[in-house]
Design a protein around this ligand. Structure first.
Ligand code: AMP
Length: 184
């Protein structure tokens, strides 16, 4: 299931580049302008719904914070549950955590220990699609994929709206990676 060029342009043109944010040299890909554009958001979400409707997924997991938005919409369209993966210290119940390195220092992501449990099922072997807005170095997604594994679920694919291909982030991720848009 691929997007045609016209659909790609609609989505790409709705994303705004902000130079030197949050620091000099970074071009920040601002998806707030995609979210506020109903045609672009609908084109994107319909594409993702078509791609994943036959994957037989049990859950969508979204990465704090922009992955929550796309992940929740997609989960509802597919009629399955949504699981938020959060930065450390935000989740109220028992969590499993994973540290990962940043350019300077560390960050940590957390998931509830029973995140993929459901009525009559302990969550082991649940089929999960992980989603975020953008992959740069891939460090965040790699840490989250390993959290999904730690709680006994299966990360069947990792999906991004944008991929900064030149950083080769996908090479560090064990699961299949799908990106809607390649950014050079
Ligand atoms: P990484 O772990 O290096 O793949 O970084 C991915 C995370 O940082 C994602 O949650 C992105 O939302 C965010 N991010 C990294 N680079 C950018 C960028 N140029 N524009 C927008 N978000 C970014």
């Amino acid at each position: 299931m691929t997007l045609n060029n016209e659909e790609k342009e609609i989505i790409l043109n709705s994303i705004r580049d902000i130079p030197d944010f949050p620091k000099p040299g970074i071009i920040f890909k601002d998806i707030t302008t995609l979210l506020s554009n109903p045609k672009a958001l609908n084109t994107l979400m319909t594409h993702l719904e078509n791609r994943y409707k036959d994957y037989n997924l049990d859950f969508i997991a979204g990465i704090d914070a922009r992955g929550f938005i796309f992940g929740s919409i997609l989960a509802d369209r597919l009629g399955i549950g949504f699981v938020p993966v959060r930065k450390k210290g935000k989740l109220p119940y028992t969590t499993v955590a994973e540290k990962y390195s940043l350019e300077y220092g560390f960050d940590e992501v957390e998931i509830h220990i029973d995140a993929f449990a459901s009525e009559g099922h302990d969550g082991k072997g649940a089929k999960v699609l992980l989603i975020d807005d953008l992959i740069a170095t891939g460090g965040t997604a790699k840490a989250v994929a390993s959290l999904i594994d730690k709680v006994g679920a299966i990360c069947v694919e990792v999906c991004f709206i944008m991929e900064l291909g030149f950083l080769k982030g996908r090479e560090g991720i064990d699961a299949p990676v799908y990106s809607v848009l390649q950014i050079d």
